[in-house]
Design a protein around this ligand. Structure first.
Ligand SMILES: NC(=O)c1ccc[n+]([C@@H]2O[C@H](COP(=O)([O-])OP(=O)(O)OC[C@H]3O[C@@H](n4cnc5c(N)ncnc54)[C@H](OP(=O)(O)O)[C@@H]3O)[C@@H](O)[C@H]2O)c1
Length: 269
């Protein structure tokens, strides 16, 4: 029997990854599958999820199931858990990588629906997934939750970033609130900054910031840094996630940064 909180062999385990259709979520899903973990891929775009599943079967020779899910919708998230348990059994690992950047506008100009949608995806989504998947982790005496947050929640504010930075700051707090209740159970919840990644999210920010021109300020500096350098390594972002999954239960309620990224880690909380 596994000692409470000790990391069991991950092979044969079950992981759910949101945002698995592209970007960081896809890479995390492939890396988990390569470790012999059965992976459930969640996101809104079925074709992207199926493409990730094909990559996993080809590269890792492992099993993956795609479940079209909008993490904002409680019954979608409930269905995600039901399909996970039907296909593979209860999940021991949950990686919340789904996210949107939302409006890049002055505070008062923010379209209300877009600002609220940013909180729904980046904050309510992880609330709903954690709420669904934690009980079976507690019953098993082992579980690992990694919430993909952002340095934008911690570094000094830059203009036009109120929706995203607020959502990620709240996600950090949600992670800590959950973690304190998980102490001593063998289940952990941690948050990460994955680095500055040249993904579709970056491309969307790039095009909005370019339209703003000089007024974009700090966000403009960030997109140009990523453009000039190619950004941080997706492999290192994945490594941070894997390290937290493999870490002992004492690593709980923490914020982790990638090694060697363009943004120096600062005191997280
Ligand atoms: N890129 C960076 O530099 C950077 C920096 C710091 C933090 N992050 C964080 O890292 C995570 C991954 O970002 P990324 O750069 O890989 O972004 P990405 O390439 O844009 O991927 C985002 C993923 O989230 C999914 N998603 C969006 N809305 C969703 C919803 N309502 N329900 C379910 N899935 C949804 C998308 O799939 P569908 O659209 O098909 O649903 C997509 O798979 C995000 O949480 C982001 O905030 C990124």
């Amino acid at each position: 029997m596994t000692e409470a909180g000790a990391t069991p062999s991950l092979a044969g385990g079950v992981a759910v990854v949101t945002g698995a259709g592209r970007g960081l979520g896809r890479e995390v899903a492939i890396a988990l599958a390569a470790r012999g973990i059965n992976v459930v891929l969640a996101g809104r775009t079925a074709a992207d999820l199926e493409a990730t599943a094909r990559l996993i079967r080809a590269e890792a020779g492992a099993e993956a199931v795609a479940v079209q899910t909008d993490v904002r919708i409680p019954c979608d998230v409930a269905a995600l858990r039901a399909v996970t348990e039907r296909e593979f059994g209860p999940a021991g690992v949950l990686v919340n990588a789904a996210g949107i950047f939302g409006p890049i506008t002055a505070f008062g100009d923010s379209p209300v629906d877009e600002w609220i949608a940013t909180q729904e995806v980046n904050l309510f989504g992880p609330f709903l997934t954690c709420r669904e998947f934690v009980p079976k982790m507690l019953a098993a005496g082992w579980g690992r939750i990694v919430n993909v947050s952002s340095a934008g929640a911690i570094l000094p504010p830059v203009p036009f970033d109120s929706a995203y930075a607020t959502s990620k700051a709240a996600l950090n707090r949600l992670t800590r609130q959950l973690a304190i209740e998980l102490e001593g159970t063998g289940v952990t919840a941690n948050a990460i900054h994955p680095g500055s990644l040249k993904t579709d999210m970056w491309a969307e920010i790039h095009s909005k910031v370019t339209a703003l021109g000089e007024a974009a300020g700090g966000l403009g500096d960030w997109v140009r840094l990523v453009e000039a350098t190619g950004g941080d390594s997706l492999a290192e972002a994945v490594a941070v996630v894997i390290r937290l999954i493999e870490a002992p239960a004492a690593v709980n309620g923490e914020f982790h940064w990638p090694q060697g990224g363009h943004q120096e880690p600062v005191a997280s909380w």
